[in-house]
Design a protein around this ligand. Structure first.
Ligand SMILES: Cc1cc2nc3c(=O)[nH]c(=O)nc-3n(C[C@H](O)[C@H](O)[C@H](O)COP(=O)(O)OP(=O)(O)OC[C@H]3O[C@@H](n4cnc5c(N)ncnc54)[C@H](O)[C@@H]3O)c2cc1C
Length: 420
């Protein structure tokens, strides 16, 4: 059976891994990157805390010695269901079953100025770009004697008070306290400002009220200016414009505000629902079209009785759906009936600052140092590659005891290297 998996994130990768070595299947995994990466730790790359390679792993190495798995480095662009083919930016591949697992991309809610000028946080490229941009802003601030310009360069606005926004704000606030004064004697007695903005009335709005309160209080103590119930309306002339009329001058707008499903042409219009998510039945089969599955963030499944509006776009949903779809492909090959998907919610968590995190369990809540340790432990397990796990543990250990990692290095391709 020829299987094509478009997208090697949590969902697609788990299907490929489950089918690896099974001779009934000839699998081609397509990805626009030649590596799998771990999005929950992107913010640590963006804040110079860990190396990009700590959270990324090449697909080809992952599937060494797995003869039934092929990797295709490319972007899936168009499906032709009649001929059972999928076009990438370079070639056309044919399938018996196609799995769409391309996840989501940043949603700018139609704000073109924001899209052009902000710092998104969705990919490894985004994280490296944000790291370079913020380090460059610090260098420019160190050079200028213009106080207004300096304040603009030292102000960081983070839009989006979900786990990513909270984690970035906490990390940058800690950097401001523990590192910046040591690295930049120019800033003695000058403090940068960090704003965290969300249109809703709480941080971590998908978590418990206790978690929300803890995030609000801890970030407040770290000096983060939290603005809730206001939305970013525009970003022009180096000013973030809010819908209450307020303007914040800054050269650094971090966008952690929302996502929209990635699209691919060739699907019937009726197969696509809210947020661009692909509508699937209880087996993750795409509605109104044959032999195509969609899994993870890209799909919307309303058949699970506990989640009638669809599942949250989380790693665990993607992993569990990927594993079940792999099992169901084996059932199809063996002429057996398919099993429906139900999500097993293991809880959710967010890190707020050093030694402080919040953990919501299906029945309970805890916070503080033990929650922080749980967060580290849970986030090290799914990292691809044993060497990466060891390197990441060592880097964390070193950074947490010294409060001073050594990764604040501006590395850019030569052609982008003209801006100083
Ligand atoms: C910054 C950040 C922090 C997060 N933190 C958490 C967290 O703490 N806990 C949690 O549970 N979830 C978290 N999430 C959400 C979690 O990462 C997603 O739910 C999960 O990654 C979804 O898995 P997926 O396989 O559906 O998609 P993804 O992991 O997004 O994978 C999609 C894959 O498809 C590839 N791709 C995209 N388009 C194409 C194309 N056209 N052709 C070929 N390949 C393509 C991409 O390169 C990628 O490898 C976070 C997300 C982000 C961005």
């Amino acid at each position: 059976m020829k299987i094509i998996i478009a997208g090697g994130g949590f969902a697609g990768l788990n299907i490929a891994k489950a089918l690896a070595g099974k001779s009934d299947f000839e699998v081609t995994l397509i990805d626009k990157n030649n590596y799998h990466f771990f999005p929950p730790l992107l913010y640590q790359v963006a804040t110079s805390f860990i190396e990009p390679s700590n959270i990324s792993y090449p697909f080809r190495k992952m599937f060494q010695y797995k003869d039934n798995i092929r990797f295709h480095y490319g972007t899936a662009r168009h499906i032709n269901a009649e001929t059972k083919t999928v076009e990438t930016d370079t070639i056309t591949l044919d399938y018996d079953y196609l799995i769409l697992a391309m996840g989501t991309e940043t949603n700018y809610f139609g704000m073109e100025n924001v899209k052009q000028n902000c710092l998104p946080m969705k990919t490894v490229d985004d994280a490296i770009n944000m790291r370079n941009h913020i380090l460059l802003s610090l260098e420019k601030a160190a050079r200028t004697n213009d106080l207004i310009e300096r304040e603009k360069l030292l102000t960081i606005v983070i839009c989006g008070g979900g786990p990513t926004g909270v984690e970035v704000a906490g990390m940058l606030a800690e950097m401001g306290k523990k590192i910046i004064e040591k690295d930049y004697p120019e800033f003695k007695n000058i403090k940068g400002r960090i704003y965290l903005i969300d249109a809703l009335n709480a941080l971590l709005n998908t978590m418990s009220v206790k978690a929300q309160k803890e995030a609000f209080e801890t970030l407040g103590e770290l000096g983060v200016n939290i603005k809730l119930g206001v939305a970013v309306k525009d970003y022009k002339n180096e000013k973030v414009i809010l819908n209450n009329g307020e303007e914040i001058p800054t050269t650094n707008l971090v966008w952690a505000s929302g996502v929209i499903a990635r699209s691919i042409s060739g699907l019937p219009e009726e197969s696509v629902g809210k947020g661009g998510r692909i509508l699937v039945d209880e087996y993750n089969q795409v509605q109104k079209i044959k032999n195509i599955f969609a899994v993870g963030d890209i799909c919307l499944q309303t058949s699970d009785t506990k989640f009638p509006k669809g599942h949250p776009q989380l790693a665990q949903v993607a992993i569990q759906q990927g594993k079940l779809v792999a099992k169901n492909l084996e059932n199809i090959a063996a002429d057996k009936s398919l099993n429906p998907f139900t999500y097993f919610n293991k809880g959710s968590m967010a890190i707020i600052s050093k030694f402080k995190a919040v953990v919501d369990l299906p029945k309970g809540f805890y916070k503080g140092f033990f929650a922080w340790l749980t967060w580290l432990f849970i986030h090290i397990i799914p990292i691809a590659g044993f060497r990466n796990k060891v390197k990441l543990s060592y880097n964390w250990f070193w950074s947490f005891i010294t409060n001073d990692p050594t990764l604040r290095i501006i590395i850019r391709p030569e052609k982008n290297n003209t801006q100083r």
